[in-house]
Design a protein around this ligand. Structure first.
Ligand SMILES: Nc1ncnc2c1ncn2[C@@H]1O[C@H](COP(=O)(O)OP(=O)(O)OP(=O)(O)O)[C@@H](O)[C@H]1O
Ligand SMILES: [Mg+2]
Length: 292
C-alpha cells in the first residue's frame, strides 16, 4: 500500500506529452506484461474483448487478480472499467447485444463456459454499486435476502450479525434491525450493501466507485473496511480517486480508450510500482493528473 502519491520522479523516463497520443505509443495493442509475482490468482482474465452491438469496448484484456488483495481498476471515463468489472460476475449478460470473446476463470472455472449458471457466478462474485441501493426492506432482510434465496439453513440471526459486523455497521444498527435500509445515511447504506454482498460468502467482492456518492468521513470508513475485508475476500474496485487507489489497493490496473482506441489494459502491477515508477508514460500522466 502506498501512503503518498509523490514518487521519485528521477525513476521516470522521457518526455510525457508526445506519449499522450495513442498513435505515438507503440505499446498499445501489446498484451500487458505477465506478472510473475501473483502466485495465487482467484480471477484469471485471458484475451477478453467485448462489444456493445457493433461498438467494441474492450480489446484483448488479460490480467490475473490475486486472492485476498485489493485490486483497483483506474483510467479515464469511458475506458471500460465498469465494463470489465461487470464481465467478472456476468452482469453484462443482462445487457442486450453484448458479445464477449476470451475467457474469465474464477477459481479455475470458466464462468462463460457451457452449463455455468450466471446466478451461481454472482453468488461467488458479489457487486457493490456506485450509488447505495438497499432494497426497500428492513436492515435485517436486506442482509438475509441472498442467503434466503440460496436456501441457507443455518442460524439467520447469526449470519446477519456476522455480516453486519464484518461491514462495520453492527454497532450502529443492532438495536434497529427492523428499520428500513433506506432510512440509513448514505455511508451506512453503502455498508449495508457491502453486508448484503458478503452475507452469501462470496469469494470476490466487486465495487464500482463505491465512495463517489459519499462524504469524506463515510469514504474513509469504506476505505478502512476494504482493507479489513481483503483479509477474507478478494476485492476489485473501480475508482477515479487516485489517492484512494493509492491508499487502499495492493495492485492497480490502468486502462485507456480513445477515439480510435478500444478500451485496453495499458499497465498492471503493484500499486507502489504504478505510483512510484510507472512503466508507461500514459500511466504516469494519468496518475499525476496531467491526463484524463
Ligand atoms: N450498455 C451499454 N451500451 C452501449 N455502450 C456502452 C454501454 N455501457 C458502456 N458502454 C460504452 O462502453 C465504453 C466503456 O464504458 P464503461 O462504462 O465501461 O467505462 P468506464 O471506464 O466505467 O467509465 P466511467 O469512468 O465514466 O464510469 C464507453 O464507450 C461506453 O459508452
Ligand atoms: Mg464506470
Amino acid at each position: 500500500m502506498v501512503q503518498q502519491l509523490s514518487g521519485t520522479t528521477g525513476e521516470r523516463q522521457g518526455s510525457l506529452l508526445p506519449d499522450l497520443l495513442p498513435s505515438a505509443t507503440p505499446r498499445v495493442g501489446m498484451p500487458a506484461p505477465v506478472d510473475e509475482a501473483i502466485a495465487d490468482a482467484v480471477i484469471e482474465v485471458r484475451d477478453l474483448s467485448l462489444w456493445y452491438g457493433r461498438k467494441q469496448a474492450l480489446a484483448d484484456v488479460s490480467l490475473r487478480i490475486p486472492r485476498h488483495q485489493v485490486t483497483a481498476l483506474i483510467g479515464p471515463s469511458g475506458c471500460g472499467k465498469s465494463t470489465l468489472l461487470r464481465c467478472l460476475d456476468r452482469m453484462n449478460d443482462l445487457i442486450p447485444g453484448v458479445r464477449i470473446e476470451g475467457q474469465i476463470e474464477v477459481d479455475g472455472v470458466n464462468i462463460y463456459g457451457p452449463g455455468v449458471d450466471p446466478v451461481e457466478v454472482r453468488r461467488a462474485v458479489g457487486m457493490v454499486f456506485q450509488k447505495p441501493n438497499p432494497f426497500p426492506k428492513s436492515i435485517y432482510e436486506n442482509v438475509a435476502y441472498g442467503a434466503r434465496i440460496n436456501g441457507y439453513r443455518g442460524d439467520m440471526d447469526e449470519l446477519v450479525e456476522q455480516a453486519l459486523r464484518q461491514a462495520a455497521l453492527w454497532d450502529e444498527v443492532k438495536d434497529d434491525l427492523k428499520k428500513s435500509g433506506l432510512a440509513l445515511s448514505g455511508g451506512q447504506q453503502q455498508r449495508l450493501c457491502i453486508a448484503r454482498a458478503i452475507a452469501v460468502n462470496p469469494d470476490v467482492v466487486l465495487m464500482d466507485e463505491p465512495c463517489s456518492a459519499l462524504d469524506p468521513i463515510a469514504t474513509t470508513r469504506i476505505e478502512d473496511l476494504m482493507r479489513e475485508l481483503a483479509e477474507r475476500y478478494t476485492i476489485v474496485i473501480v475508482t477515479h480517486n487516485m489517492q484512494q487507489a493509492a491508499r487502499v489497493s495492493d495492485r492497480c490496473a490502468y486502462m485507456l480508450a480513445g477515439d480510435d482506441l478500444v478500451g485496453r489494459l495499458v499497465e498492471y502491477g503493484r500499486t507502489e510500482q504504478i505510483f512510484r515508477n510507472p512503466r508507461d508514460p500514459r500511466t504516469d500522466a494519468y496518475i499525476t493528473g496531467r491526463f484524463g
